[in-house]
Design a protein around this ligand. Sequence first.
Ligand code: PSZ
Length: 491
Amino acid sequence: MRFLQATVVSRHCAALKGLAYPRNYATIAEPAAPAVKTQAIPGPRSLELKGKLSAIQNVVPVQLFADYEKSIGNYLVDVDGNVLLDVYTQISSIPLGYNHPRLLNVFQNEKNLKTLINRPALGVFPGKEWPEQLNSILTKIAPKGLSNLTTMMCGSCSNENAYKNIFIWYRRNQRGENVDFTDAEMQSCMINQPPGAPKLSILSFNGAFHGRTLGALSTTHSKYIHKIDVPSFDWPIASFPQYQYPLAENERHNKEQDQRCLAEVEELIEKYNKKGIPVAGIIVEPIQSEGGDNEASPEFFQGLQKIGKQRGVALLIDEVQTGGGCTGKIWCHEHFNLDGPPDVVTFSKKMQLGGYFHKEEFKPQQGYRVFNTWMGDPSKLLLLQEVINVIQEENLLKNVNIAGKVLKDGLLDLEKEYSHILNSTRGRGTFLAVNCQNGKARDDIVNRLRMKGIQTGGCGEISIRFRPALTFQEKHANIVLDVFRSVLREL
Ligand code: PSZ
């Protein structure tokens, strides 16, 4: 495919013309189409850099070296000049595409630049703007009913610390409000023994991904390579529903899946209580992402919430990958019509910084219990503020629903036409996936798509996932579908 020098100004730039951007940014345009110039990706320049880096690190996962100066909008440009339409966006973490003019503008301002370079230890020396920034930026998009907030660095450490809030809450419920720690507790926790370091657990699901730090890793069950050689907690792991598609034709099977998995959650809670490792919390993704874009119904999540409430077990919804607008709502669990908010909701990726919203009762009563040096980054919050402004001004959630429908309908058409190759198209908004016959076929398709200029990603054993930016439009969806069709024709 030939690289076409763009003549159109991307929609977001056009819509915002007249606002105070530096001139050169306002005229930046996306390429009109992807263009692959090398015989293979990684191309020669990427391979050279990979060689250099491999002297210092393991580089097996490196797919290419990007040129982030040249990447623009929905297009990722690599060091060999390949221009890829990026529907993977750095593992679903780029909200507005590359070099969005509004984000480039954020640090043009001296006040914001000072926020960038003077990074505080937020737990002890927050800047004068911090309370208001949290209020006006993060709490503005908080899931309804979750008034408390802890900021963190990444998705793993958000889950990791949220587990601590849950354990602290659970023990306070057992101990009683305002009851002091005993001497025995204070001494035994120092040598990792009960009663100070109690045996408690977090229930998670098969196929889940919640991060790679030690606590979070005990709740991650998507691939052995994440876990092997690393000690884990003995915590309960329940089955996650395995749906058949299309949903409308498999209602009975899928409902049985929900019921079977919910029954297993209850059994495991009983079992671990009896075993002396009570379940303090349940963690679940609204759509299991790394594990293969496994969905579950609103009724499943409602059932889970009910079990938690009945048994005094906290419900943590991990929105690290699903949060930020890609499912057509800021939080995917808003699709589930829950009976009140979950107890804790973790985020990172598109939100620019990690953290979690939680109910007031999950706030520790003592200081320094959930704490680290940075506890987030105010400069990332400035970027998030602008991301949220753009989402609102440009009605990007609506855009996600429109572009997502085009992509999903197109994938469903391809699935019908090539039913021996593709099946089980699913997802919400632009957060979509389709299954291939097996892992080898999937990897082959992902590679062929890349060689024709479409950067997707795999997830689970046999799925291809789509994680475009919120600025991905119908025209981009049509490019993806055209290229996908041409790959399928070749097979
Ligand atoms: O291989 C890896 O470590 C990957 S690949 C994709 C992720 C991690 N996703 C991160 C993630 C997530 O998708 C969910 C639902 N929860 C937690 C995490 C962990 O976030 P990070 O990577 O920021 O620690």
